[in-house]
Design a protein around this ligand. Structure first.
Ligand SMILES: [Zn+2]
Length: 292
């Protein structure tokens, strides 16, 4: 069933880029996961022994309406994470350090329908990472081109993948993503890909650190840079401070990445849109490009 908008309305909207944040439920972390100054090897112990919780943080994915088609940044989370048995019991992180609230109606498929889009119309899904909170809704996009980095895909599918928080046994069997290469020079100090659109407005940049193959999506429109940061940092504030998170695969690399994003944000108006930052909808509505 399609609940698409009337064609006149779609034609009007299709001449411009529109961005829709889609909140697929929420998650609570231990505060020590959000920011971890220094690179202590005891980071995991600190997270597992932390007694505090963050407030409920969003799990966003984003729909980008572009004249050449519909793009998703990430696929959000699945409500299955709230069902018993989804996570392996042997991993204490799932039992002690993360709490999800995702209802079936929070998933990306029903939300796209409510916005007036049939999920099967989505042409491209760009995965900033394959981690929890990002790939759970992929099952709604069997016809889409799904884009991921080579490092992220090999890590996600490796024997270590499940241990390293990639719930790969739950992904659709048909999943066969396109691997993106970063062979088009630099965006600031970040390696960039060829554009995904003929007008050059949408392209990808490498933002390693949180995971080795992490990527971000850049949309340039009307003098603004929309920077879809995934988990490059959880918050704009931790990007501005260039502080690695507590589960970073490579804290030094993450700090280098965050400094490069900060340099970019200080030189051009850039709206920073990570996955779990509670402030992104306000930032988008107000075109807020401040660097905290
Ligand atoms: Zn995340």
């Amino acid at each position: 069933m399609s609940r698409s908008l009337p064609s006149s309305e779609r034609t009007k909207r299709s001449r411009m880029i529109q961005i829709h944040p889609i909140r697929t439920g929420s998650v609570q972390f231990r505060p020590s996961q959000i920011r971890t100054p220094g690179h202590s090897p005891l980071r995991w112990w600190r997270i597992l022994s932390d007694r505090e919780w963050t407030r409920e943080m969003p799990i966003y994915c984003y729909l980008i309406e572009h004249p050449e088609g519909l793009f998703m940044v990430d696929a959000g989370e699945t409500s299955q994470v709230c069902e018993p048995g989804f996570f392996p019991r042997w991993n204490p992180y799932y039992n002690r350090a993360i709490r999800y609230k995702v209802a079936p109606e929070d998933e990306v498929g029903p939300q796209l329908l409510r916005l007036g889009f049939d999920p099967t119309e989505i042409a491209t899904v760009i995965m900033t990472s394959m981690g929890l909170g990002h790939a759970g809704g992929l099952g709604y996009f069997p016809r889409a081109r799904i884009i991921v980095s080579a490092q992220e895909w090999s890590m996600a599918m490796s024997g270590l993948g499940r241990f390293a928080h990639y719930p790969n046994s739950h992904w659709p069997k048909w999943l066969a993503p396109r691997i993106v290469t970063f062979n088009a020079g630099q965006m600031g100090n970040l390696p960039r890909s060829q554009p995904l659109t003929g007008d050059g407005a949408i392209y990808l940049v490498r933002t390693p650190g949180h995971t080795p193959g992490h990527i971000s999506v850049v949309v340039e429109d009307a003098g603004l840079i929309y920077f879809f940061a995934g988990d490059a940092s959880y918050l704009r504030a931790t990007m501005a401070e260039a502080i690695a998170d507590g589960v970073s695969a490579n804290p030094n690399m993450q700090i280098k990445t965050l400094k490069a994003i900060r340099d970019l944000a200080q030189s051009r108006p850039l709206i920073y849109l990570p996955t779990h930052d509670p402030d992104v909808e306000r930032r988008l509505a107000q075109r807020d490009s401040a660097v905290d």
